[in-house]
Ligand binder design. Structure first.
Ligand SMILES: Cc1cc2nc3c(=O)[nH]c(=O)nc-3n(C[C@H](O)[C@H](O)[C@H](O)COP(=O)(O)OP(=O)(O)OC[C@H]3O[C@@H](n4cnc5c(N)ncnc54)[C@H](O)[C@@H]3O)c2cc1C
Length: 371
């Protein structure tokens, strides 16, 4: 119990893991450099059940993740960390290209509800009854359990809790050495030996592992979004709107609406705002909600998502080092699956087991020895 547990990366994965370990009394040290973090930039839609993606391991994580949010919020709340507006369940409206998809949505809801009770009621609706600006759409699937989360606010709250429970956060870039099975983390102001380590470094995982002789199949993807604001939108409890393209509309009850996000695979770790990309989002939104598209941009956010070459999630023990776990490649749904994965690692540390089946997530497909 008195051996230090290390975590590198303080996005949603690392911060959730550190939260659960520190609240159980484990000595945790979390290193987070912070720039470009995907979590801080994320739009935050939590509505994974109706994706067209056919990937069972991925679906397992996101559906478990959506259920897990309810527990995470209760736990934070019971620890005295008010999460009032951080995670809101006001439903989701999915606007489909074809009528057939609406029928399929209803079928899928029935199929998945027993495993994922948080889906709630699902029905075909007139979208303007739920979000009055949707004058360009006449039908939508409404998912009662759809939600959205403010990633930046959630991580801030988790980190407050980590410190409250005695955990340590070092806001610096860390490096890793392993010699004779001894794991050591070094940053400009700290040097610490740890018994167990979580690498939750998002798109930067390859940089951490290269000096140890590993090649890591993780690539950066730039994501940009913007927000618009109006006091008259406060406390409306509007659902998230998911049209068939890339641009979603994510209303928050504080009067902010987020429009996003871009998926740019060719921009490396660039964090500059590209107004051309943002105006493409606006053009997409104009087709279904022309009045929303007229509002001036209030704020922009840019972050770097991590993905593997085949978009599989990377999770599990590092080849040859069972005390080091890595989680990355969560792509554009990592705010949904991330807390669950962080929690599962904390369970492994505490109980020696968790629900992540290594056969489902063969990590050696994505992390290999260079020599
Ligand atoms: C614009 C945008 C919109 C998104 N929208 C959604 C959405 O609607 N729904 C959804 O589910 N997901 C969404 N995502 C995806 C989601 O945000 C990510 O998949 C998730 O946040 C990844 O979390 P993470 O903890 O793995 O990585 P990150 O949040 O990237 O955190 C990794 C952290 O590690 C730090 N780090 C890296 N290397 C080191 C080092 N050597 N030393 C110290 N620190 C280090 C980084 O600085 C960073 O702070 C979106 C992402 C973006 C960018």
């Amino acid at each position: 119990m008195n051996k230090t547990i290390g975590i590198i990366g303080g996005g949603i994965v690392g911060s959730t893991a550190a939260y659960y370990l520190s609240r159980s009394g484990y000595p945790v040290i979390l290193f987070d450099e912070g720039s470009g973090q995907a979590t801080k930039a994320a739009a935050g839609i939590i509505n994974p059940w109706f994706s067209l993606r056919r990937n069972k391991p991925w679906y397992f994580l996101v559906s478990q993740g959506a259920e897990f949010y309810r527990k995470l919020m209760l736990d934070l709340d019971s620890d005295g960390f008010d999460n009032g507006e951080i995670f809101q369940i006001d439903g989701a409206l999915m606007i489909r290209k074809s009528d057939k998809r609406y029928t399929k949505d209803l079928f899928q809801a029935e199929e998945k509800r027993s495993q994922s009770p948080s889906i709630g009621n699902v029905k075909i609706v007139n979208p303007q009854d739920f979000f009055p600006y949707l004058t360009g759409a006449n039908q939508a699937t409404y998912v009662e359990g759809g939600g959205r989360v403010d990633g930046e606010a959630l991580v801030a709250q988790l980190q407050k809790a980590i410190i409250h429970f005695g955990g340590q956060i070092i806001r610096e870039k860390a490096q890793l050495t392993i010699q004779d099975e001894v794991i050591q983390i070094n940053s400009p102001s700290e040097s610490v030996k740890v018994t167990k380590l979580l690498l939750a470094a998002g798109a930067w995982l390859p940089d951490l592992l290269a000096p140890l002789g590993y090649q890591t199949d993780i690539r950066p993807q730039k994501g940009q979004l913007y927000s618009i604001k109006n006091d008259k939108w406060k406390n409306k409890h509007w659902p998230v709107v998911m049209p068939s393209g890339t641009a979603d509309i994510i209303p928050f009850n504080n009067g902010t609406i987020i429009i996003g996000a871009t998926h740019e695979d060719d921009q490396d770790f660039d964090l500059s705002v590209d107004s051309e990309q943002l105006s493409q989002l606006t053009q997409e939104i104009a087709q279904i909600a022309p009045e929303i598209a007229e509002y001036p941009i209030d704020q922009t956010k840019v972050g770097t998502r991590a993905h593997t070459s085949n978009y599989d999630v990377l999770v599990g023990a590092l080849p040859e080092h069972e005390n080091i776990w890595a989680v990355s490649g969560l792509g554009s749904s990592g705010l949904t699956s991330g807390p669950y994965l962080g929690y599962q690692w904390s369970q492994l540390i505490q109980t020696g087991k968790n629900t992540i089946d290594p056969d489902m997530f063969p990590i050696d497909k994505h992390i290999t020895r260079l020599n």
